[in-house]
Design a protein around this ligand. Structure first.
Ligand SMILES: NC(=O)C1=CN([C@@H]2O[C@H](COP(=O)(O)OP(=O)(O)OC[C@H]3O[C@@H](n4cnc5c(N)ncnc54)[C@H](O)[C@@H]3O)[C@@H](O)[C@H]2O)C=CC1
Ligand SMILES: O=c1[nH]c(=O)c2[nH+]cn([C@@H]3O[C@H](COP(=O)(O)O)[C@@H](O)[C@H]3O)c2[nH]1
Ligand SMILES: [K+]
Length: 499
């Protein structure tokens, strides 16, 4: 044979990933395809698991510095989903799910509640407080206090709320969508309004500032809403006997999917639990993991899982590969597991190691249906915790769930009093830079992913999977020098702005 053909250019994934080398996203590069459509024509809709559709392939990781109620409502508003972490009591985790499920707007204000008889010692950073008969969300609304009302008091330590609150404020329905709330505040000429549910529970307080903030972000697409008409919310559980009780209360709160959280999912504990979930809660999608091999995936799929979480040691805070010498390069892991899972109609979540939009394009092109992110979302406005300053930079704490600090946190008996008497960490505690709101940077990230798909010649996630399976997708390994060349290099200084 003379000359070269297209089939000689680059490698198919099946060939590239069968040479005994563990590759990660940065090791590989994809060769461009043919463009016959605009980037905006790319459709990123997908599935988290067998029966949970999403309009964007983004999942917030079940970590206590990433996914609580505010992340859940923001991700669902964007068309993604968050998995509420389980590093807390079942009661608190259920409250976090309920708070997300009860909202229809992409924010949670954490406005405090007081009774009229209370004396406010410190208003903190809050702008408003809600006053109800008994000081709880479920008793009747009597007023609202603004921080300015409180700060103007001459005798703060002796004045009950009743004496300076604003009486009987007009409230809006907690089921109002963003535009309805905006119209309501405008037409009533209000600066704020409590949001009240049909059952009379006070869900939150919305202000014109919130409306302006949300308006300044890119327009929201199709939100993730379940058959109950509420935001899609997932939750994580462990594999202990007591996790069955935890699951029971999470199901009561209406979770749409449960993630069985473990670094090594191929265990008798997880297999038994997945079977238990499928038997007792057939309506809930059960996501198993983590796995990085076909054999692990096979066992969890046989147990009945509806989704698979792929990644071991690839996370930014992970030390598993260092500590246990077990894991796999993330590109290889995603490709191998997805190649097997697709034959069983089980979507794959590429978990960990995502630090830019290119990694998301690669994960999806290698067979994943979604990506799960920790550090990428942790510095956001919606992540739990408050901002601090480190060396002049605004940062938020981000920690591994296998870090000593997370393992010994408060009430969780998962590790305390365990058979494992000597605790060894598999994660670290760190901090990530302030990234602003996920409502702003996730849409830009998705636009970048669409541009990557356009370059590949794929109009959707199923279509990029088709390119992969037909061997039309061509890849190569990048040498160290090629990786340097692919990054920013040779400049005396530069400013990197993503959007
Ligand atoms: N994706 C990754 O690479 C990694 C993730 N992590 C995260 O850290 C956290 C902790 O992970 P793991 O330590 O793997 O948690 P785990 O709960 O799966 O395992 C902890 C220990 O308990 C044992 N165990 C679990 N269920 C049991 C049962 N019913 N009876 C007796 N023993 C049982 C396990 O075999 C293991 O020794 C998770 O949030 C996980 O996602 C940790 C390390 C790596
Ligand atoms: O080895 C580990 N030790 C840990 O303490 C730990 N905590 C989380 N994870 C996993 O990392 C994922 C998030 O990774 P990224 O920050 O890279 O998105 C998460 O989604 C998890 O899969 C851990 N892995
Ligand atoms: K790592």
């Amino acid at each position: 044979m003379n000359g070269s053909s297209c089939a000689d250019d680059g490698f198919s994934a099946s060939r590239l990933f069968s040479q005994g080398v563990s590759y990660t996203y940065d090791d590989v590069i994809m060769l461009p395809g043919y463009i016959s459509f605009p980037a905006d024509a790319v459709d990123l809709s997908t599935r988290l698991s067998r029966r949970v559709p999403l309009s964007i392939p983004c999942v917030a990781s079940p970590m206590d510095t990433v996914s609580e109620s505010a992340m859940a409502v923001a991700m669902a508003s964007l068309g993604g989903v968050a998995i509420i972490h389980n590093n807390t009591t079942p009661e608190v985790q259920s409250i976090l799910v309920r708070a997300a499920k009860s909202r229809a707007l992409p924010f949670v204000s954490n406005t405090p509640f007081y009774s009229p008889r209370d004396v406010v010692a410190d208003f903190g950073e809050h702008e408003y407080a809600i006053v109800t008969e008994s000081g709880t969300a479920t008793s009747s609304l009597v007023g609202v206090v603004a921080a300015s009302d409180w700060s103007g008091l001459s005798n703060k330590t002796n004045t009950p709320v009743l004496e300076y609150m604003r009486h009987a404020p007009k409230s809006a329905s907690s089921t109002f969508k963003f535009n309805q709330v905006a119209t309501f505040l405008e037409s009533e000429g209000l600066d704020f309004a409590p949001l009240v549910s049909g059952e009379g529970e006070i869900i939150d307080l919305v202000t014109t500032k919130d409306v302006e903030r949300i308006r300044s972000y890119p327009k929201l697409g199709n939100p993730s809403v379940g058959s109950d008409g509420k935001f899609l919310v997932g939750a994580a559980i462990g594999t202990r006997e007591e996790d069955k009780e935890r699951l029971k209360s999470l199901v009561k709160e209406g979770i749409n999917a449960v993630v069985v959280d473990s670094s090594q999912g191929n265990s008798t504990y997880q297999i038994d639990l997945i079977k238990y979930i499928k038997l007792n809660y057939p309506q809930i999608d059960a996501i198993g993991g983590n796995v990085v091999t076909i054999a692990q995936a096979q066992n969890l799929i046989e147990a009945g899982c509806d989704g698979l979480r792929v990644g071991m040691g690839s996370g930014s805070i992970c030390t598993t590969q260092e500590v246990c010498a077990v894991g796999r390069g993330q590109a290889t892991a995603v490709y191998k597991v997805a190649s097997y899972a697709k034959d069983h109609d089980v979507p794959v979540i590429a978990d960990g190691g995502i630090s830019n939009s290119g990694h998301i394009v690669k994960a999806l092109a290698l067979g994943a249906s979604t990506v799960m992110m920790g550090s990428f979302l942790a510095g956001s406005h919606e992540a739990p915790g408050t901002y601090e300053y480190k060396d002049g930079r605004r940062v938020k704490k981000y920690r591994g769930m296998g870090s000593l600090e997370a393992m010994t946190k408060g009430s969780d008996a998962r590790y305390l009093g365990d058979t494992l008497k000597l605790k060894v960490a598999q994660g670290v505690v760190g901090a990530v830079a302030d990234k602003g709101s996920v409502l702003r940077f996730v849409p830009y990230t998705m636009q970048a992913v669409k541009q990557g798909f356009q370059d590949l010649g794929a109009t959707s996630i199923p279509s990029v999977h088709q390119l992969l399976r037909s061997d039309e997708l061509r890849l190569e390994v990048r040498t160290g020098a090629a990786q340097v060349e692919g990054g920013i290099h040779g400049l005396v200084s530069y400013e990197k702005k993503f959007f």
